[in-house]
Design a protein around this ligand. Structure first.
Ligand code: DGY
Length: 415
């Protein structure tokens, strides 16, 4: 085992809080949804039992309506804002009231295929299916095939330029005092701005006032974006769930999932914009395309077998974005007005995004582009350690350190 893999395993062990893994100490002291799914895939390489625990502990936070929330507050901590008192959710286990990209089912299939246990897989499959149905029911009530986010935190790409236009409509007034803790842990110039935080909390207040009822939230939401990245991840989750449903001899469920997958596949394809060489999200309040140049536009690689012309256009465009950078893949197109190479989701490279794009490039028969991206992610981590993300220009490791999903990504990519 190389020294970096040994270090990655040490990080996951150090971030273990009892069957679940915090993203990093202090900055993120609870269980985060998509972080845990990536971490579970890392554990699956050497400890399948522990990988199952990660997903099982996350599923403890599942709501009665099927949503798996973005944070499960298993135990108190005073190093994070906003905590459970701000969220005011009705769930018996304290959680946030919003969700995150559904990587869970993708991880579950990996665990199951890594020699998993049928009974444990089946229980988690049932949780994943309830969540899958929730996405379509709560976040695509009109049956378009694209799912909407009601809060930028649901994307995991919190302050992406993709949200700038939609978020500008959200007032900066809050009933809850905004008492940020994140900027006490890492430099403020690596984090979302204060105005973003005020809007994030305005949205939390608004939905808490709806009693977290999905129908009321949908009616009241001042922010509603059908996100191409989340939808692409949902489709991959749907593909993996369908495979599991057939393995578990649940043909009616498999057919139900397959029909949703078909609808979503068609909807994603309709979001291709040849003039941009990208797919786009849709702002459901204005009805406009989200044209901000972010990594999300390439994520359909992950879950669609795209036509050759589209794949070639994407690969050429991705090359333009990466040209001259020390670390790929940038989360905003370099040189655009929104580009900030150190500020969280406004430019930095993230190992988990690379991982998803690499899988997508491999699926679409682009081994050379996938290998280049893989080398870039591995070299960045080996040079700088397991940082939350990397400045693509300088290669500097930024944000939180000893980061769980970077450790998991390294193990998977270095395999
Ligand atoms: C944060 O607090 O920065 C998180 O990304 C929200 O999930």
């Amino acid at each position: 085992m190389n020294q970096h893999i040994a270090e990655a395993r040490r990080i996951l062990a150090a971030n273990d809080r009892g069957g679940y893994t915090v993203p990093t100490d202090r900055l993120y002291p609870f269980q985060w949804n998509w972080d845990s799914a990536f971490v579970a895939m890392g554990f699956a390489l050497y400890d399948v039992e522990r990988a199952y625990r990660e997903l099982e502990r996350l599923a403890e936070g599942q709501w009665a309506d099927g949503m798996i929330p973005h944070i499960v507050f298993h135990q108190p901590s005073d190093t994070y804002f906003p905590g459970p008192a701000v969220w005011r959710t009705p769930n018996p286990v304290p959680t946030s009231g919003i969700t995150q990209p559904p990587v869970f089912a993708i991880a579950l299939r990996k665990l199951h295929e890594a020699g998993g246990d049928r009974a444990r897989s089946l229980a988690l499959y049932e949780a994943a299916l309830r969540w899958h149905r929730w996405w379509y029911r709560a976040r695509d009530p009109d049956g378009t095939g694209l799912v909407a986010l009601l809060h930028p935190w649901e994307s995991g790409s919190d302050n992406s330029p993709a949200w700038d236009v939609a978020l500008a409509r959200v007032p900066t007034t809050t009933a809850t005092p905004v008492a940020r803790k994140d900027t006490g842990h890492v430099s403020a110039d690596m984090r979302p701005r204060d105005a973003d935080y005020h809007r994030f909390i305005h949205l939390v207040d608004t939905y808490a006032d709806c009693g977290w009822n999905p129908i009321r939230q949908w009616q009241k939401a001042p922010f509603k974006v059908a996100d191409i990245q989340t939808t692409a991840i949902l489709l991959k989750a749907g593909e993996d769930l369908e495979v599991l449903a057939r393995r578990f001899d649940r043909p009616a469920e498999a057919d139900e999932i397959a029909a949703l997958n078909d609808r979503t596949r068609r909807a994603i394809l309709a979001q291709w914009r040849p003039q941009l060489s990208r797919f786009v999200s849709r702002d459901l309040v204005s009805g406009a395309d989200v044209e901000a140049a972010t990594q999300a536009g390439f994520m359909p690689l992950l879950s669609l077998d795209l036509d050759r012309a589209i794949v070639e256009a994407i690969v050429a465009e991705m090359k333009v974005w990466s040209d001259g950078l020390k670390v790929a893949f940038p989360t905003t197109k370099p040189g655009t007005s929104a580009w900030e190479p150190k500020r969280y989701w406004r430019g930095p490279a993230w190992a988990i995004i690379d991982w998803l794009l690499i899988d997508g490039l491999m699926r679409n028969r682009q081994p050379a582009a996938a290998a280049a991206l893989r080398r870039s992610a591995i070299a960045a981590i080996e040079a700088e350690g397991f940082a939350e993300y990397f400045d693509p220009v300088t290669g500097e490791g930024c944000g939180g350190l000893g980061f769980s999903w970077t450790a998991a990504a390294y193990m998977v990519l270095a395999e």
